[in-house]
Design a protein around this ligand. Sequence first.
Ligand code: IPE
Ligand code: IPE
Ligand code: MG
Length: 248
Amino acid sequence: MDTLAWNGPLPRHLAIIMDGNGRWAERQGLSRLVGHEQGADVVREIVRTCRKIGIEALTLYAFSAQNWGRPDEEVTALMSLLTRYVKSERSEILDNNIRFNAIGDLDALPRPVRFAVEELVDASSEGKGMVLTLALSYGGREEIVHAARRLATEAAAGRLDPKSIDAGHVEAALWTHGLPADVDLVIRTSGEQRISNFLLWQLAYAELWFTEVPWPAFTQEHLFEAFTEYGARERRFGELASRERALC
Ligand code: IPE
Ligand code: IPE
Ligand code: MG
């Protein structure tokens, strides 16, 4: 399908839980690592499509705070793949005016990953085309704890009146500050129907779309399937649908 053919409603902020790399590989008798490598190729394709069709913000769950609990061999391989991914995508990201961003406990990352990430965040900081955020060593609870600590520190120093704290203050203290704050659509691949500690605050009114397709087999056609369903949903944000409002 031609990417430019897409002209339906689009989410402004799309977030993806890229799951199923390991199982995809194991089902074919391959090592989980092969699944992660194929997954990185899919990231490249999906980033290209999102940039072309005009998504403003794409946030990808690449490594969770809890993924550190996997066997050392898998963690090491994932870290090395991340470094390679960031370096190999550098020129395409810059050429396409993408702003590269990362959220999570970046200090926990091995130095080569952190340096490559920080270098590209810096080099692409003027990008106006799309903001691509990788969630790395990321947990939604950890992010909220971090924000609470920041606000408490400000309050203890007398720079913030605790009674004045509202949703805007919390948002400003989250790692996602500066992004279109709310996620419009979340896609999770590979059949699991859970959030797994991803963007807990930011998903408050996101539409959720689940597919059985594992991430390494995910294509632009699947992405457009999600957009088609997204476009058909009615988002009410706790209020009444427009037709019901008209009857009041
Ligand atoms: C997602 O795929 C990638 C990461 C979590 C790093 P998984 O590695 O979770 O693959 P499955 O879910 O075990 O198949
Ligand atoms: C979520 O997938 C994390 C990423 C996709 C990076 P997991 O595979 O870690 O989540 P669970 O263990 O199935 O909840
Ligand atoms: Mg998984």
